[in-house]
Design a protein around this ligand. Structure first.
Ligand code: TRP
Length: 460
């Protein structure tokens, strides 16, 4: 197919901000804080950091190397280095993009709604009870649609004018807001109870398979790994980029913002005495407890609440852009569609696929669980095998653009042995756990009695 030369990011900072934009999202604020609360505080954070370093970082570099080397979207990039037998893995990646964005957009829609409430009326004390009404049905679907429109519009704008430009504007703003909120949270009376909860370590839980599974799933979800999103972004790079350095910056920013988000969430919740509600529901920490905290802060709460949800919208938007880009790049490269057509059609289909998640938070939780525990971890396993064992000379590929870096052999060894072993171990627990979640959700749907009125749970 005769086509225009591949569009590239215009600068190193542009690419890094776009990749950080992909990584930093609902995962850093919503998922990270509730998983930390559920899984033993600082011990969980340390496990998540260890997995990010030993498995996440090598797989991130692997995705960047494949993408930049092939200059193609995932299906073609895998075939480029591994032959046609690897095309199905690329298809699985694209399927994961559909799956994740379909419910991610729904959660992002909630954040749009909450930011709107902060702006127009402020939060009142009844806000926690209205979560169910806000989070489901036509309301949820409508706000998801609004969010998806923005996502589609930016992706349709192209790599430089859409993806890069939005990240360059939005990511610094997000960083400033989150740091400002963390500072404000530190001034609240009673914040220290939140810090002790956050930093309190329960090492005994580190041996629990469920904790390990959550830490690994979070490491992959948060860094946008395992479905070719980073691979796709890297396909818009030239060979002057120093990929090892850039992957360190991306992972550092992702982990750093998750950590700072914890410094916002925990002090606020504890300062306002809402701690008994944390852990009561996985969705709770963010969408039930925090708005209640904002309500209790009075007028300031309106501003703080608006800034908090605005930061979440920004994070969610730059992440959703990368999810849609995987699908759009595939349609452009593989089907020969124009970018605009691919963005509007594929984005529209994904928005429609979000309907079940918009009507049932149980369904949303189930899809989240399947996407993370099966697709992303399985994808990461396959990617480490691919670059560790199948691809010819990935070290030569990564070397271009670097000078004096010497730890490539460590990287290769991590991909060959450590990452596959660690991921196989985690998958061994997470496959049956995900199956059980599926079975119990389906049973709950087919049970004759009405479901109990408890807050729906999101399974990580
Ligand atoms: N990393 C994003 C977050 O933390 C979510 C995300 C964007 C993602 N692109 C992805 C997750 C690709 C997995 C794969 O919110």
């Amino acid at each position: 197919m005769a086509s225009a030369p591949r569009e590239h990011f215009s600068s190193r900072a542009g690419f890094v901000l776009a990749a950080v934009g992909s990584a930093v999202g609902l995962g850093n604020m919503w998922r990270f804080s509730y998983l930390t609360a559920e899984n033993g505080g600082a011990a969980f954070v340390m496990l998540y950091l260890a997995i990010t370093l030993a498995v996440g970082l090598p797989v991130l570099l692997a995705e960047l190397v494949i993408g930049r080397g092939a200059q193609k979207s995932p299906i073609r990039a895998l075939a480029h280095f591994g032959g046609p037998a690897w095309r199905p893995l690329g298809l699985v990646f694209v399927a994961a993009g559909f799956l994740i964005l379909s419910y991610y957009g729904v959660i992002a829609g909630w954040t749009v709604r909450y930011a709107g409430i902060a702006l127009w009326s402020g939060f009142d004390s009844g806000i926690a009870d209205r979560f169910g009404e806000i989070a489901t049905g036509w309301d949820a679907f409508g706000f998801q649609a609004v969010f998806m429109l923005f996502t589609i519009w930016i992706v349709a704008g192209g790599v430089k004018r859409g993806i890069e430009r939005s990240a360059v504007i939005l990511m610094p703003a997000l960083f400033v807001i989150v740091c400002g909120l963390a500072l404000y949270a530190s001034t609240l009376d009673g914040a220290s109870a939140g810090y002790s909860y956050y930093f309190e370590t329960d090492f005994s839980r580190l041996s629990e398979p469920a904790v390990i599974k959550d830490a690994a799933g979070q490491a992959f979800f948060s860094l946008s790994l395992g479905m070719g999103a980073m691979l796709t972004y890297a396909s818009y790079l030239d060979r002057t980029h120093n990929l090892p350095d850039e992957s360190l910056v991306i992972a550092g920013a992702d982990v750093g913002i998750a950590f700072i988000a914890g410094l916002v969430v925990f002090p606020m919740i504890f300062a306002l005495g809402l701690s008994e509600k944390v852990g009561a529901s996985t969705v709770g920490a963010l969408f039930i407890t925090l708005p209640q905290a904002f309500a209790e802060m009075g007028t300031v709460g309106r501003l703080v609440g608006f800034l908090f949800f605005a930061a979440l919208i920004v994070g969610a938007l730059t992440s959703a852009i990368s999810l849609l880009e995987v699908v759009v790049a595939t349609a452009v490269d593989g089907l020969g569609w124009s970018r605009g057509r691919a963005a509007w059609i594929m984005g529209g289909v994904i928005a429609a696929l979000g309907a079940p998640s918009a009507w049932s938070t149980d369904f949303l939780g189930l899809v989240d669980s399947i996407a993370n525990n099966l697709f992303l971890l399985g994808g990461g396993f396959a990617l480490s095998i691919f670059v560790g064992w199948v691809m010819k000379d990935p070290v030569a590929e990564v070397r271009s653009g670097t000078e004096g870096v010497r730890w490539f052999f460590a990287w290769r060894a991590l991909l060959r042995f450590v990452a596959p072993a660690a991921l196989a171990f985690v998958l061994w627990f997470s496959i049956p756990a995900t199956w059980d979640a599926l079975v119990s959700t389906v049973e709950a749907w087919t049970a004759p009695v009405e479901a109990s009125p408890e807050t729906p749970q999101l399974e990580g």
